[in-house]
Design a protein around this ligand. Sequence first.
Ligand code: NAP
Length: 296
Amino acid sequence: MAAKIISGAEVAKQIREELKKEVEEMKAKKGVSPGLVTILVGENPASVSYVTAKQKTSKELGFYSIQDNQPADISEAALLALIDKYNKDPQIHGILVQLPVPKHINETKVLYAIDPAKDVDGFHPVNVGKLMIGEADYLPCTPAGIQELLVRSGVETKGAELVVVGRSNIVGKPIANIMLQKQKGANSTVTIVHTGTPRDKIIDHCRRADILVVAAGVAKYVKADWVKTGAAVIDVGVNRIGMSESGKAILAGDVDFENVKEVAGLITPVPGGVGPMTITMLMKNTVKAAKLAAGL
Ligand code: NAP
């Protein structure tokens, strides 16, 4: 039987409705609106479109939001000073510097410069450490979105064999850490495979997964015969595999969707699966940051 397709767009819409209400309540109770600044350095087209989408969503939810565009040749010192200005601005609860930044700027220094209390991307080492010990204030957005998709789709995570393909700092490692916590919506038995894992072992691990999260960046990598019947398959990959006649990029995930959906129990599509959740979780983190700052 074909798998149930999990619509990230629908789940994201539901969460945004919930957030909208929370924002209205905050305004009524404390006269505070969540404040988000998105800092864009240069004009990388993909970054411009990501930042535009984040701004649009934050405005729809009733945030106080600032789009701060800086030239590609801004010095590292000037960018760090700008971050410091927003660290001190009480109207701003979340600071997002769109990555990547130009090569003359040290990305690590930028991430370290953001006040951990305003680090709504969840990339500051303080927040990474808090996640590791199960005390996270802000989960990184894409992994947080994956967990929400699993929970809201009714997938049993406790005791599930959960295999993650990929160990990046933004997806693989954090989703593994989130799902192994002794917490509701987690408590899984977690394995991570990567390029150091022999291919036959990767396939063996995937085959015993009740939940398979794939974030390798390799188009259609996971095949149907790697997937256990009825497994929940979360495809994080976004790969451009061609161009349509109208000039639009044709996207594929890291999972061979057409064949895997015949074996899996649940599966996320690409596009329309994990993607729409990422921005929504950024909004959720910003609302949380504002609530923490307001003592709510
Ligand atoms: P990344 O930084 O390139 O990391 C990829 C990881 O996969 C690495 O750990 C790599 O192993 C591993 N890997 C690569 N090829 C592999 C293979 N053949 N077998 C097993 N493991 C392999 O990528 P990322 O940032 O995690 O992103 C992964 C994918 O998700 C990309 O397609 C990206 O565009 C997409 N993505 C989507 C969203 C969203 O919101 N939808 C957000 C973030 C990322 P090594 O560590 O050994 O190199």
